[in-house]
Write a protein that binds this ligand. Sequence first.
Ligand code: PMP
Length: 427
Amino acid sequence: MTDANSGALFERAQRVMPGGVNSPVRAFKAVGGHPVFIREARGPYLYGADGAEYVDYVGSWGPMILGHAEPSVIQTIARTAALGTSFGAPTEGEVKLAETLVEALPSMDMVRLVSSGTEAVMGALRVARGFTGRDLVVKMEGGFHGGADYLLVKAGSGLATLGVPDSAGIPADVAKTTLTLPYNDLTAARALFEIHGARIAALIIEPVAGNMGCVPPEPGYLAGLRTLTQEHGAMLVFDEVMTGFRVAYGGAQLLYGVAPDITTLAKVVGGGMPLGAYGARREIMSKIAPIGPVYQAGTLSGNPVAVQAGLATLAKLKAPGFYDKLDALGARLEKAFVDGAKKAAIPLTVQRVGSMLTPFFVDGPVRSWTDAARCDTARFGRFHGALLAQGVYWPPSQYEAGFISIAHDEAAFEHTERAVFAAFKTL
Ligand code: PMP
């Protein structure tokens, strides 16, 4: 160990970066203590600045589905980087990744590659507005779609964590273009479209919500939204930044059998490098510059290293039984939470779709942000601290999903199960 410890690094960090971090949830504000500064990561493990080992369930907030530093991905990145890291000109890799994505998601004929989920969502909603000629966007309370001004309204993820669902710095006229709905409430959606339907360009939704904790869609909900948006000529946008290639190779749209008009992707498709994508059928994507009037551009879009990291990752996901294995790992972790809470007589609801899951410290199901807001976040904070003390790195917020990778092996699980049981006893 040559580094200063995380506490000392956090002191330094706070002098030069707001809250000492470059993305708010990393600051551990919701759970107390200081963040662990990471030195390196391998397989299911993170190593802190002080050398401590943690079983990781954050997975860089979703991308690391193969585990950290997966050898074939790292070799690909190194080989590609040695040939130059950015050209600002097209590459064959971009074509291959675009072909791979449209093959995996039949709702898309074409994609545009960008550098983050935020950018993917902004492009998707711009083309939805350009295509429909309408201004309004509908999102879910507790839904998070990245940092665009008009989407930081009743938002989940870090905003829910910090209790500031509406960001400062957003012009009122911009916020007015966003309407919100409770998740899993088709009646409310119908009522909203009854009033505003003719002015709504798009309804954007995480088909499995992940940013208020893991909240699956109820049976018929996504199909109901599909019908409703179609009836009103609005675009249905599935934000699959988190769920794409995570809950199934073809994303939540394959899992639930509902095809959106437009899809956004990031996280897994970039294999841990900065990459996002948005795609739709040809008629919609043909509105995008240089073949259409909707402008969107990026210096590092389709970055050659990111594209190859994505391709190397997606290739591994095609292994037979990959998602069944991930699902079994998810079930095992779910059972550890459920059994641990039961033994300690602590009210807990675990919600899971495959390898994304959240232990909600509340009695009864969480169907929407209203339900999620009832959670005992103080108890979650103690649980988080107890896990961390025992070498398990869980997302530092009640309102996030934990992610399991295919690299989570028997040793990692046994460690986790012991830690989970012990943590519940301390609550
Ligand atoms: N959409 C969803 C569903 C997300 O979970 C996130 C990030 N957690 C984003 C968009 C934004 O993606 P990025 O952080 O890559 O900009």
